[in-house]
Design a binder for this molecule. Structure first.
Ligand code: SF4
Ligand code: SF4
Length: 63
């Protein structure tokens, strides 16, 4: 599983998810939200802290 933006349009780029992530797995700039999935420990802190409910945990697609 990994966090994804379920409805990216909700994101207001507040930076709360970046601040809370213990492994710096989220990168944010003015227009983009990006997850470095290989770093993510799936702690769900970002999902819980997002004030816009823009994140949810999603199962990886089988490859
Ligand atoms: S906490 Fe939510 S609203 Fe804030 S930057 Fe992260 S995804 Fe966007
Ligand atoms: S689930 Fe945890 S480790 Fe993964 S991006 Fe969110 S805060 Fe970072």
């Amino acid at each position: 599983m990994k966090p994804e933006q379920s409805l990216p349009i909700r994101c207001d780029f507040c930076g709360a998810c970046v601040a809370v992530c213990p492994v710096d797995a989220i990168q944010l700039d003015e227009a983009h939200w990006r997850l470095f999935a290989e770093r993510c420990t799936q702690c769900e802190a970002c999902v819980m802290v997002c004030p816009m409910n823009a994140l949810e945990m999603k199962h990886e697609e089988p490859v």
